[in-house]
Design a protein. Sequence first.
Length: 401
Amino acid sequence: MNSDPWKTIKLATLCNKIGSGATPRGGKETYHDDGPYALIRSQNVLDFFLSKEGLAYINKDQAMQLNNVEVKEGDILLNITGDSVARVCQVSKELLPARVNQHVSIIRPDVSRLDPEFLKYYLLNPKFKNHMLGLASVGGTRNALTKGMIEDFSIQVPPLPTQNRIAEILSALDDKIELNRQTNATLEAIAQSIFKEWFVDFNFPDATGEMVDSELGMIPKEWRVGKLEEIITNFDRKRVPLSSRERENRKGAFPYYGAASILDYVDDYLFDGVYLLMGEDGTVITEDGKPVLQYVSGKFWVNNHTHVLQGKKPFSTEYVLLQLKNTNVKHIVTGAVQPKINQGNMNELPVVIPDEFTLLSFQDTITPIFSNILDTEQETSILTGIRNNLLPKLLNGEIEV
């Protein structure tokens, strides 16, 4: 146990602000694709980092209406409703100026008493996250954390210098993980740009310019329109869901994937290799109607809320990934309460199938890009494992710093 005294203190006494955001008058119809002010929503708050994917923007007048929920650098954001409840991240300067909507709480520590990064990691400690999830599920049909609950959190804190050292150790790992994530995002954007050039604009090597009509519009003469099931192999039958209690009793090093993200780490795996996961239940489409996809590799477990796919020869898994990232699937989503993309509807998705020479030439072009992505992912997996192992030990005072 760390020799410095750790004190148990209510979070309310350690913060200058705890409160949820609000939605501008007019709701989603007033959002913009770009603008002077970001509006952070629960979908942007992921554990450990804030995602810019699907970020909404509002104008100055809307932002002025929400001045009381202005976000500042270093603020801790906590999702307080829905399936993403208890997700935690921290606000960086590059995202400002910004506001948050009503599904996200702003927690602003008094930095003279509580290191904001230390608080972020404290809330992400599995022991405390499970505590938050337990509170959120009590007494209602929708998971929710109230302002009163958050203010009443009992936080065990060491002296400020110890908080700073713990935060520095964990943030050094997270900085490298985030750099890797950004690197892979750039590499994937390059691959998508090449895909669009070849298979959307049809400006591929040796293109003749001869086009024919199809159900998807004009396509090169030697190409055709087929169905997604022609280019994929499906492994859904191998999925095995684990309850939260089962996962709690089976903690380990292998990621456990849900429809949109890693939900946990368990002691065994079902799959080993490179796969494409496509959301089946819950979070299944992005705001622009594209499917929710995860490109994964190595040993992992999958629940029953995401389709498990690989490319069917001669189609690579990477080709399928890029094809689906350019496919609108909104029309095949069913379920009013719980959105779903069932296997039958997924298989029927129309896709453009090029001639084999062009396909193989393209795959040769993008192979080095995805090789780099996988190498970086492997490094990230190692770093994530180190962080996840250190975090509870540091936050429980088991390691002296």
